[in-house]
Design a protein around this ligand. Structure first.
Ligand code: PEP
Ligand code: MN
Length: 357
């Protein structure tokens, strides 16, 4: 199959199937139900499961591979499974799995990615690469580069969020800016979203899927199980085939192409926004000039750049305003931190003219 062409054909390109293959009957029944709705383009099942703690269910391994492959054939859909080392690759190729995916705990490790890339030399099978567990764009980019160097031409990215300690809403925090930056770096690689692992619970799937489609993602991977609450792995986030169908029916697909009229409205608004950006940056430049004047004064009077107590008050004042301005406190905090860093850089320059920094 040509993954890139298939992804272009259907938006969203949906991959669905259980977190783990558990029994032959489970794999066959859920993949058949999924395929019957006609909305899913590829079937998934985890065969080797990377689990955080030992003694969790770690997948059935090779035993379950023929079940997945047979279900693909019966339903006339390509199948995909996760590989994490050269042995997995060799076994998946032996059973003619159509597409491989690399999990988040593997993308994080360049040695493991290189091992997989080496095992794939000379086999141009499509590979889907999940983001690394930590929010490091270049590790993700590096994985694509290693696979490209091994001759893999059909690659897709799968955004599953980033590890976080006890978040009230997400199992893995999305950090949408990272996949957006990936698309800037690698514009030809299709981008898919895995709302199941971002949300960690089925109630969160619609919101995340909708957002992904509004950000022009090409597709979705949704964990689907015949009896989610009894699943051997990830029970809270899986949906039934009926749940998958409802979810896909509820996603609004908005267009990227604009009519003349829509375009003219948006062009005017974009110009107004660009005007605001001009003002913001010219104010920032003025602010930095003022910081330099303060720097000259501090230099002449031997005063340190940072007055911790003053800075604490500056931050507190702005944070108090965040709500009234309808801005999130994280946004206000990161803007203020960026301004402060730049201001320190300007003051350092005037206070220590001889030092490079
Ligand atoms: C999975 O898709 O079942 C999986 C293990 O995902 P991740 O690598 O995103 O944790
Ligand atoms: Mn899972």
């Amino acid at each position: 199959m040509n993954l890139l062409q298939e992804i272009k054909k259907s938006r969203p390109f949906v991959i669905a199937g259980p977190c783990s293959a558990e029994t032959e009957e489970q794999v066959h029944s859920v993949l058949k139900d999924i395929a019957q709705d006609g909305k899913t383009a590829m079937l998934r099942a985890g065969i080797w499961k990377p689990r955080t703690r030992p003694n969790s269910f770690e997948g059935l391994g090779e035993l379950a591979l023929p079940w997945l492959v047979a279900a693909g054939k019966e339903n006339n859909l390509p199948v995909t499974t996760e590989v994490a080392n050269a042995k997995h690759v060799e076994t998946a190729l032996k059973y003619s799995v159509d597409v491989l995916w690399i999990g988040a705990r593997t993308t994080v490790n360049p040695f493991a990615i290189q091992e997989i890339a080496d095992a794939l030399k000379g086999v141009d099978i499509p590979v889907i690469v999940k983001n690394p567990v930590n929010p490091d764009l270049m590790l993700w980019v590096g994985a694509f580069e290693r696979l490209q160097q091994a001759g893999i031409t059909q690659l897709a990215a799968l955004h599953r969020g980033f590890s976080i300690y006890k978040h009230p809403k997400y199992r893995n925090i999305p950090n949408w800016e990272i996949p957006i930056a990936l698309r800037e770096e690698l514009p030809d690689i299709p981008l898919l979203c895995d709302p199941s692992h971002i949300a960690g619970k089925r109630e969160g799937l619609l919101e995340i899927s909708q957002k992904a489609m509004d950000l022009n993602y090409d597709g979705l991977m949704i964990e689907t199980h015949p009896n989610p609450d009894a699943a051997w792995s990830d029970p809270a986030q899986q949906v039934t085939a009926k749940g998958l169908n409802d979810l896909l029916n509820n996603i609004k697909l908005r267009k990227e192409e604009l009519s003349e009229e829509e375009l003219s409205f948006i062009v005017v608004m974009r110009e107004k926004i660009a005007g605001l950006d001009d003002r913001i940056f010219s104010l920032l430049a003025d602010r930095m000039k003022m910081a330099e004047e303060v720097g000259v004064y501090k230099r002449e009077n031997d005063i340190t750049i940072l007055q911790q107590e003053h800075w604490r008050k500056v931050i507190a004042t702005r944070m108090d305003q965040a709500d009234n301005l309808h801005l999130t406190s994280q946004f206000v905090r990161s803007i203020m931190d960026a301004i402060h860093q730049e201001s320190i850089r300007h003051q350092t320059k005037v206070m220590n003219p001889g030092l490079k920094g």
